[in-house]
Design a binder for this molecule. Structure first.
Ligand code: FES
Length: 121
């Protein structure tokens, strides 16, 4: 049994310890905001906060996260108003993993645009 605290909710999960954290989040806990991109730890689409650090969940066996506190994009704010959540929604992140490079560029642009807008007000 693996115990995860995801976005403030504790889950006890009967999953294989070698299963990547990414698939536990997406397929077991149905948190689809964490994306699959490259699967080799290069693109960052699967990044979550784990123990206060940004980690690539595609490269993290769920057993390594046993007992840890994890924050996904859904957990950044309860009402979806965190700037990253707003940017994610604004660019309408596609479910197609092959477009994650585009997602990152558009998200980066949206965030930089937000910073520029707020700095000029
Ligand atoms: S899916 Fe690309 S780094 Fe994890």
């Amino acid at each position: 049994m693996i115990r995860l605290d995801v976005n403030g909710t504790t889950h006890s999960l009967d999953v294989e310890g070698e299963m990547p954290l990414l698939w536990v989040l997406r397929d077991v806990l149905n948190l689809r905001g964490t994306k699959y991109g490259c699967g080799i730890g290069q693109c960052g689409a699967c990044t979550v906060h784990f123990g206060g650090r940004a980690v690539r969940s595609c490269q993290t066996p769920v057993a390594a996260a046993d007992g840890a506190q994890i924050t996904t994009i859904e957990g950044l704010s309860a009402d979806g108003t965190h700037p990253v959540q707003l940017a994610w929604a604004e660019i309408d992140v596609p479910p197609n993993p092959s477009r994650n490079g585009e997602v990152k560029l558009r998200l980066q642009g949206a965030l930089l645009g937000s910073l520029s807008d707020s700095q000029t007000r």
